[in-house]
Design a binder for this molecule. Structure first.
Ligand code: AMP
Ligand code: MG
Length: 349
């Protein structure tokens, strides 16, 4: 079968927050010509294309093999650019301003009514658009120089683990895109929090469509925070395109809530994704693991675990195991987003 993308030579160019001129010079002409390029952000690497150029947006879907029902996030380089992408309803203007003052640039995506200039392909036909201003300096410099907002989902093939390094993007998209800007490891390591804001009688309601680095606790000052209703299987869609199975390694992943439930099949190789890697907590000493990786060695810190999650999942996925066993983390603060990703990595549907 023919793939919807042509085989390209993929170049990697290095950049840093202090020195990104060359990367801008390499990326912007490609974006102007309607190409797509992989760029670092503080959350994960994104596959960026001009959000106003429908053909470029189609290339993003093609390179990722992403189904057209899964809408993209649009990234603005400046706060002023928000008006080119979305229309903010008056009744939530004040709350949106406060949220953006607090969290932009940063890992917060907000769903707003869409500006007519944004092609329907970007939003999968929805009349809303998801918008964010990344804190990534290289990313914003490229957006600013281009002068257009960038549509940029994570730079992985659909359903797979999000890339947190240029090397990981190469593993996912080599031959499908012309350029990867290597800005080093991402500082958050998890995709942005996605919210929707509704005016309320006393306080606005903030619905978390996808948990992420901006936590429920951090949003509570701005309104009543809720998670969307779950469907009967307990893990329903929280935002369009957010399928139960996502962020998944190729190796089957078992999220083991209780270590005493572990029943290894004889002759199979198991690797453990531990929280702290400490023996004596029930998981490390449970089995003769073929590999053990710790999300936050020693004391267990959730920000460190978030940062290392996708990197370690990818590492275990490449270790030729039959199964990956993941230990749960406590579901508070950033732990909510980590458990969301682990559940989706474990789902097989
Ligand atoms: P990604 O950029 O791959 O990390 O994922 C983008 C996600 O943002 C999609 O999978 C949707 O779940 C969510 N999203 C994008 N646009 C909208 C929208 N208009 N309304 C609600 N969620 C959205
Ligand atoms: Mg993604």
């Amino acid at each position: 079968m023919l793939h919807p993308f042509s085989v390209l030579h993929t170049t990697i160019i290095s950049a840093s927050d202090e020195n990104y001129k060359e990367a801008v010079q390499a990326a912007v002409p490609l974006l102007r010509a309607g190409e797509v390029v992989a760029l670092p952000t503080e959350t994960v690497y994104g596959l960026a294309g001009n959000a106003f150029d429908e053909a470029a947006v189609a290339k993003i879907f093609g390179a990722k093999e992403r189904p057209s029902f899964d809408p993209l996030i649009v990234h603005v380089a400046t706060r002023a650019d928000l008006a080119r992408v979305a229309i903010i309803p008056e009744e939530i203007q004040n709350t949106v301003d406060k949220l953006l003052n607090a969290f932009w640039p940063g890992p917060l995506t907000i769903v707003l009514p869409k500006h007519p200039d944004i092609p329907d392909l970007v939003t999968s036909g929805l009349d809303t658009v998801a918008v964010r201003q990344s804190a990534g300096k290289i990313f914003r410099a490229i957006g600013k120089e281009l002068g257009s907002p960038l549509a940029a989902p994570s730079a992985n093939r659909f359903g797979r683990i999000s890339p947190t390094s240029a090397h990981a993007v190469m593993r996912e998209l080599e031959g499908r895109i012309p350029l990867i800007v290597d800005g080093g490891a991402c500082s958050e390591g998890l995709e942005s929090t996605i919210i929707h804001v509704k005016a309320g009688e006393k306080r606005p309601t903030i619905t978390i469509l996808r948990p992420g680095p901006v936590t429920k606790e951090m949003l509570q000052n701005f309104g009543k925070v809720e998670r969307p209703k779950r469907s009967s299987d307990g893990e329903g869609m929280t935002a369009p395109g957010m399928l139960p199975s996502h962020y998944a390694p190729r190796t089957p992943l078992l999220l083991l809530a209780d270590p005493s439930d572990f029943r290894p099949e004889p002759g199979k190789k198991y690797g453990l994704l531990s929280y702290t890697g400490e023996p004596g907590k029930g998981y490390v000493s449970l089995h003769r693991w073929s590999a053990v990786e710790a999300l936050s060695p020693g004391n267990g810190k959730l920000p460190e675990a978030a940062l290392r999650l996708f990197h370690l999942l990818r590492k275990l996925d490449e270790a030729e195991l039959d199964f990956i066993v993941a230990e749960p983390v406590s579901e508070v603060g950033l732990g909510v987003a980590i458990m969301d990703r682990l559940r989706r990595a474990a789902a097989t549907v």
